[in-house]
Each structure stands twice: as C-alpha cells, then as structure tokens.
Write a protein that binds this ligand. Sequence first.
Ligand SMILES: Cc1cc2nc3c(=O)[nH]c(=O)nc-3n(C[C@H](O)[C@H](O)[C@H](O)COP(=O)(O)OP(=O)(O)OC[C@H]3O[C@@H](n4cnc5c(N)ncnc54)[C@H](O)[C@@H]3O)c2cc1C
Length: 470
Amino acid sequence: MIGSGLAGLSAAWQAAQRGCAVALLTRAKDIHDSNTNLAQGGIIYRGREESPEQLVEDVLAAGAGLSSRQAATLLAEEGPRLVKDILIDELGVPFDRSPENPAELDLTCEAGHSIPRIIHYKDQTGDAIEKTFVEHVTAHPKVDVYSNATAVDLLTTSHHSLEPTDVYRPLACVGAYVLDQNSGKIFPVLAKETILATGGLGGVFLHTTNPQEARGDGIALAHRAGARCVNLHLIQFHPTALLAPEGRFLISETVRGEGGTVVDRHGREFMQRYHPAGSMAPRDIAALAIYQTMLETGEPCAYLDITHKPADWLRQRFPGICALYLDRGIDITRDRIPIVPAAHYSCGGIGTDGWGRTNIDRLWAVGEVACTGLHGANRLASTSLLECLVWGTRAGQQAWEQIESDREFYFPEIADWRYERTGRSGAHRTGLAHHPPYDVELCGTDPQRKAIESCAPHPKRVGLGNQPLL
Ligand SMILES: Cc1cc2nc3c(=O)[nH]c(=O)nc-3n(C[C@H](O)[C@H](O)[C@H](O)COP(=O)(O)OP(=O)(O)OC[C@H]3O[C@@H](n4cnc5c(N)ncnc54)[C@H](O)[C@@H]3O)c2cc1C
C-alpha cells in the first residue's frame, strides 16, 4: 500500500481485516501527513429523504459533461452505506451532531449541491477521519507501517525481472523500489498486489492548497510502468485560497455555503455576472470569475466577506479557520479575507475501473491519484473523501480476493539497486528534506535516476499566469 491518506488507509483496513499482511508505506515522516489531513469541509453522506439519483445528478452537473454516470452511480449507491458502516459505526469518527436534534448528524450544504448532505467534524473533518483511521490501522496486527519510505519505481515482470524471457509475460506489477529516507538506501519491496494511493499533484503549481509534497509521484510511477493515465490536464482550482506570505490556505466552500460573498477591493459583488447562483457558483466558474476579475482590475486577489454573520457564531462554526487566520493578522469576524484561486485537486489520474484496477495486472490505484471518471472536468465539493473511501474499500477487498484465488503467484528475481560511491563532482545528490545530500552515484535506468532526483526540492515553480509570490 503506497500512501497513508484516506484511500490507502481504507484499502489497508479492508485487506488486513480479511487476513492479508499489509505493508503500508508513506514518504512522510508522520503517517498523518497527507491531503486527507487537510480536508476541512466534510464528506458526503446522505440528505434527508434523498435518493441516490439526486446525488448522481449533482455530480454530473458539476463535472461539465465529462463525468462517468457509472462511477457517479457507484459512489451514490455505495458511499453513504460505507460512511455509516465504516466511519461512523466501526471506527467511530466523531462527526458533529445537529444542534436542533443531537440524535442526528449535522448536515451542511456546499456549492454545487442541491441539498444539505455533507457531514463534518467542525472545520477539521479530514483530520478527524485520518486520526481515527490511523489509530485503528496502525493497531492492526496484520499491518506494518513504514514512514520516511518513498516509492521511486514500480517493479514489473517486464522491466525488472532478471529472467529475460519474462518480457513475454503479461505486464504485471510485483512491488516497488523504495527509498528508505533514513538510510538513503533503495530496496526492492515485493508484493502480490500493489495499491497506489499517493494523492494529488497541486505542489507543482504556484498557488496551491495542497502540501508541496503532493507532487504526483504515483502518476509518474504508474506512467513509467506503462499504466494508462487519463485527463491529467483537468486540474480543479479552488476559488478561495487565502493569499498570505506564508503560503496558500484553503478557505472551505462552507464559508460561501454559510453566506460568505465574493467581492472586489471596493466590497462590490461581481459573481452574478458569471453565474445566476452568484457567490455560490460551482468551483470552476467561481475560480475563473475571480481570476478574470483579478486580470481586469490588476489586483493580486479578490476578497471573501462573511463579516455580516455574528462573531460568536463564526468562531463556533469555523474555529480552525478563525484561529489560523488570526495568527496571520486577519480576523474573519471583522475583515474581508484576501483570496486567489489555487490548484486544488487533480480530476484526472491513473485510469481505473470500479474496483480501482489499472491496465497493469496486480496494480491498483485509488483516491486522488486515480481517475475513476467520477469528477469529469470538475469535482463536486466533498466527493473526493467519499471516493477515497469507496474505491479504497473496494480495491482492498478485491486485491485480497485476487490473492486468495491465485495459488500460483510468480515473483521474479529482481536486481538489487546498485550504488557506487564517488568523490567526483557531478555525483547525483538526493538532497532529501531532513537529510544531508548523499554522496553516491545512483545507478539504474534513466527513469529511475530521475525519480530519485525528483526527491530534491524544486528550485523553481510554475503556476497560474505570471502572478508573483507575495
Ligand atoms: C486544503 C484541502 C481541503 C480539502 N477539503 C476537502 C473536503 O472538505 N472534502 C473532500 O471530500 N475533499 C477535500 N479535499 C480533497 C481531499 O482531501 C483529497 O482529495 C483526498 O484526501 C486525497 O486522499 P488520498 O488518500 O488520495 O491522498 P492523500 O491524503 O494526499 O495521501 C497521499 C499519501 O501518499 C503518500 N505518498 C505520496 N507519494 C509517495 C511516494 N512516492 N511513496 C510513498 N508514499 C507517498 C503521502 O505521504 C500520503 O501519505 C481537500 C484537499 C485539500 C488540499
């Protein structure tokens, strides 16, 4: 299992519960570090008296004609049941209760949703899910967790077997070369089934809500191995990221959902010009409208204004956002929030079916790294955590069934990674965070060397337009 966000944890949990030995790898030092951890708004559950078709229609409407109805139907039919069975009943994620009726979960609405159907834990939903899930997965006797462990290349029968005639076998994944960031060594890790759950790629853009570590590793790994990648150009920009010298911080869609309006420097609303729903326009329209207005006015940002709401209510409803911005000198109960659109979500990814299967045998992809077709050209808010849960769960179950049914598994002999110590200038230096550069020459194929070099921090970033960093 490569990745410890919600998708990887869901898959690991299912496989381990069925008796499968799972090695869960994360390149982060702390297993919690992920995009999942940052999700604020919530996860789709089900609205009062809602039918699955209503959610399907909202997903398709947001997806701008490019969503797969099949994927949306799978999400709508399986998702709410899995939220209840796994997140609520089995793991006990402490979702907020309705203030009017504590027996029920609090349902909120977000842009693009026709009814309230999203459950949350304050404005720290991802953190609550990740913490609860990590607690259970790490305590599971069948799961071994390896942090500071970066997958740098997938192992396939065709590319890495020492038996030359293996090239005639069907393309199959048998694990990955993994860089142990503590020792600087690279090991082949063999696996009967390999599940990629490495998240998104926002870190390659100038303005992004993702951590810089979200740099599309899984897509690079899968592409090199010969996997089909789909719709990689379809990046969703979140319309409302805080513009601050320390970086970009997402302002949850629920701030607009709860009445926040998008305005220009003079406090004038402009969103009605772009969409009848005004400030509640879907993400893609809102992001374009804000960007267009920035270009027209020459301003580096627009503003989000929710100061008309009572200060106490705001502090209660958005404690995380209030505290984070207060640290940056912005009191959202009194100040307009400076915002820019920022790369937020990769709608495309490694092409998979409804079980997370890729076109490479024994290789699965789940969560943001995958493209199930659900999001089309534009993701409906709060669908991605649910997608992680649904496809992660299904892939974990199915991978285990495949292991159970296949009694003649073939592991080829794989070459160890070769290193040569060198004092020459021009030696490749991995320069990993927390580690001094290693004075080694990395041997192997060009793609493998590039993978290691990609672990070094990027000196230069490209992004939306030519906007300078503050
Ligand atoms: C600020 C923010 C707010 C969001 N809010 C919401 C929301 O309210 N609702 C919603 O549904 N969605 C939301 N999203 C989107 C959602 O959080 C993500 O799409 C989802 O969490 C992705 O989960 P994942 O498991 O696919 O990947 P991630 O959670 O990103 O996990 C990726 C994992 O892979 C590991 N990894 C990466 N590369 C390697 C490698 N080479 N080797 C080993 N490990 C590797 C990482 O260390 C990490 O453990 C939000 C996203 C952001 C950034």
